[in-house]
Design a protein around this ligand. Structure first.
Ligand SMILES: NC(=O)c1ccc[n+]([C@@H]2O[C@H](COP(=O)([O-])OP(=O)(O)OC[C@H]3O[C@@H](n4cnc5c(N)ncnc54)[C@H](O)[C@@H]3O)[C@@H](O)[C@H]2O)c1
Ligand SMILES: [Zn+2]
Length: 365
């Protein structure tokens, strides 16, 4: 079975296809979306994903008459760099990619952001297709934010560039390491917490099935998660206001990733702790206690961390947060839950309150 939903952005609208085994339909879907055979395609992927799926993707496309080149980058966040972009452009030029070519991102968020930025900038923009292969990428492959990192800041060189389509084959997720599975599910839970109390409850009830990669549960969860992301992005493509709610848990989360040197906590783990922090902040601001107890209980059910590793220094965490663009004159723009399934964008959160929460999160059990 294949589920389909649309990211509604006027002339830039595009479909998300979700289903088990739908990679086999890649050539037919490309044809359906007007991706012609006259210009070469470039598949960008990383070495882990290449080992599992690259030959299959290039094989299916060549068999259908496409001319396909590929570029494999090392796995991991350091590949989101200008140096790697330059290498991809070299491969694209050698393979003869022109303005009508399409770049295909086959992989997780790292490959999606990197290949997406290559597509946004090569010849001032060519088409691109997202083939996410991680659970986290249900978030990163939807919405058109593409970027590479600079040594001084993450995601700082980028663009908005929407894909032609997202082709999400849930069978590709079966080879994901367990820790990546749980970390990716953290963003799925986030989509419930910001938008949909029923979906949040469903995630909690189905924690074991999701962690165990049950196909039906995965398809439904990814469909719902993508739907929330698509709804938010449709209303605010360029993050003027509403789109900021997708940052629930990310203010503390990003700081924890940075202070941990980007190798201690995975993104999904860091934001799980951040979402527990946001729930604590909410209660401190006078909202009902259950917002915190429910939030924490859910992440524990998924085996995600809910406390800050005590050796991470509070001063450093606060400094990392102040470097974050959301911090302004001692106050942070903070996404705070007001109920399970609802959040507000609060512009008056004091840095001292956040500091107290960070300290409490180190003692959380
Ligand atoms: N653009 C956005 O809106 C957005 C949103 C959220 C996150 N992101 C970005 O996403 C990135 C993180 O994405 P990620 O968590 O997917 O990381 P990732 O792309 O590094 O993938 C995680 C690991 O899993 C491996 N892998 C991927 N698919 C696999 C598969 N099917 N089987 C086995 N191994 C597989 C990868 O090689 C890598 O080692 C970050 O750079 C973050 O900034 C972007
Ligand atoms: Zn995130």
């Amino acid at each position: 079975m294949m589920r389909e939903l649309t990211v509604d952005l006027g002339s830039r609208s595009y479909p998300i296809y979700i289903g088990e085994g739908i990679l086999n339909d890649i050539a037919a879907l490309f044809q359906k979306h007007g991706i012609g055979k006259g210009s070469p395609l470039l598949v960008v992927t990383d070495e882990h994903v290449a080992a599992h799926f690259l030959d299959r993707v290039t094989g299916l496309l060549s068999a259908a008459g496409y001319s396909v080149a590929s570029h494999v980058v090392p796995a991991g966040e350091p590949s989101k760099s200008l140096a790697m972009l330059e290498q991809i452009v070299a491969t694209a030029l050698e393979a003869g990619l022109d303005r009508k070519s399409t770049i295909i991102a086959l992989g997780g968020g790292v490959v999606g952001d990197l290949a997406g930025f290559a597509a946004a900038s090569y010849m001032r923009g060519v088409r691109f297709v997202q083939i996410p292969t991680t659970i986290l990428a249900h978030d990163s492959s939807v919405g058109g934010k593409v970027a590479v990192n600079h040594p001084l800041a993450k995601n700082i060189i980028g663009a908005f560039h929407q894909p032609e389509m997202v082709l999400y084959d849930t069978a590709t997720l079966l080879t994901l390491p367990d820790r990546e599975v749980r970390a990716g599910l953290s963003e799925m839970i986030k989509h419930g917490l910001i938008w949909d109390a029923d979906f949040t409850a469903w995630c909690e009830e189905n924690a074991d099935r999701l962690v165990g990669l049950d196909p039906e549960a995965l398809q439904y969860g990814l469909y719902k998660g993508c739907s929330v992301k698509a709804a938010v992005v449709s209303q605010d493509e360029r993050e003027n206001d509403l789109r900021a709610i997708l940052n629930l848990g990310h203010t503390i989360g990003h700081a924890l990733e940075a202070v941990g040197g980007y190798n201690e906590l995975l993104h999904g783990e860091a934001i799980a702790i951040g979402m527990v922090g946001a729930a604590k902040l909410s209660v401190r601001m006078g909202n009902p206690e259950h917002i915190y107890t429910v939030t924490k209980r859910i992440f524990q059910k998924f085996g995600l961390p809910v406390s800050i590793p005590p050796h991470l220094d509070t001063d450093e965490i606060m400094r990392a947060m102040m470097h974050d663009k959301k911090f302004n004159e001692g106050q942070i723009v903070y996404i705070v839950p007001t109920e399970i399934g609802k959040v507000e964008i609060n512009k008056n959160v004091s840095a001292q309150w956040v500091r107290d929460i960070v300290d409490q999160l180190k003692r959380e059990d």
